[in-house]
Design a protein around this ligand. Sequence first.
Ligand code: 6GU
Length: 252
Amino acid sequence: MRIDVVTIFPEYLAPLELSLIGKARRDGLVDLHVHDLRTFTHDRHRTVDDTPVGGGAGMVMKPEPWAEAFAHVLAEGRAALGEQARPEILFPNPAGAPLVQATARELSTSPWLVFACGRYEGIDERVYEHLAARGASVRLISLGDYVLNGGEVAVLAITEAVVRLVPGVLGNPESVVEESHSHGLLEYPIYTKPALWIDPDGVERRVPEILLSGDHGRIARWREEQSLARTRERRPDLLDAGRDAGDSGSAA
Ligand code: 6GU
């Protein structure tokens, strides 16, 4: 999978060198390219923003550097992937569709993702119109109902959610099958050894007896009950959503 990120803060994406994603890159499973939007300006101050037309607070990202950036990224990507390649263009945006596990799963099957990180009050609307007119596949994705200063942190989150689902990235593919949200429920409680732990307050804390029973059928049923109880307690919205929306509604 190829991933391009366009941002005015390339350093913000440095964590993508680390851990699981860093390893996926070194293993050749992910080909990641970070581009500085200011490369595509031509004035002395490398200006990427200006005041909103019609008035209002804050600054708006200018269309010209974005159009140049997309032209460059698309040409570079096509040179690498073939002239027929078409990316998913993703704008992290609090007004976008919420990122859910089904989104991550879908994006993990794409050969090419391009993230465009807005800052300030947002990007001039004509950039979206321009891409749509070109027939590009464009989507806005939100991490949730709160406001971040820009898309960079969202790119870190979305990339991690997506890349770990790319075949070969995780050591144990079964951990993807078992985890929270993969079945639309929260994960059941998990334990490791020792079976009896005396906590720092001197309290004896035991692993639930059933997990030591060796009865895999009973263990599976207990875990299912725990998942359901937890979901009812912490995220009742997932149970309601699951009834009519299936997978996409139940994985948050
Ligand atoms: Cl994707 N971007 C920004 N700027 N703020 C957000 C967000 C994204 N998701 C939640 N808040």
